[in-house]
Design a binder for this molecule. Sequence first.
Ligand SMILES: [Zn+2]
Length: 178
Amino acid sequence: MGVFSFFILVFVVFGPSLWGFKRYLARKKEVLNLFREDAHNGLSTEIENYVIPGDGFKRSNFTERRFRRRYFFDLLEIFDHQCANCKRTKLKLEIDHFFIPKSKGGNMMMKHKKGYWVCNGILLCRRCNANKADQGIKEFFEEEVLAGILKKNTQMSDLINGLDPKKFQEPRSLSSDH
Ligand SMILES: [Zn+2]
């Protein structure tokens, strides 16, 4: 086989997948840009903006079980092993569904229709979690506390989207619907 036909063969075999890979990278970059923009303007709290898979409403579905442990360690690190509300460290911490409660179909991680991931979990101590119950985040958290939580939550979303949480885009506000 001559050198020329060898290159033709390589092109025929690997060309399409290289092209596909290039498209994949371009799409990924586009999605991350959309994420950065939305994270800065406030991530959506509307369930309609998220893709919840068929079993997403079930408690402890496959995705949740698979990622729960890793996810919990990341949360501990980003939230400095503290309750996001009262800042106590000595209490057992639980994952609270932040933007969208479990009862409304929220998962710990949710895929936005634009393609990026949003972290829907924060850490609360058992007492704060029980006190919060079904209250909305604006009702329960004090303004300053909420701003701090949004920062850390955005860092978690950065991590899930494969970005460096230390170089995150600071959120400007709670949420605008997009
Ligand atoms: Zn607490």
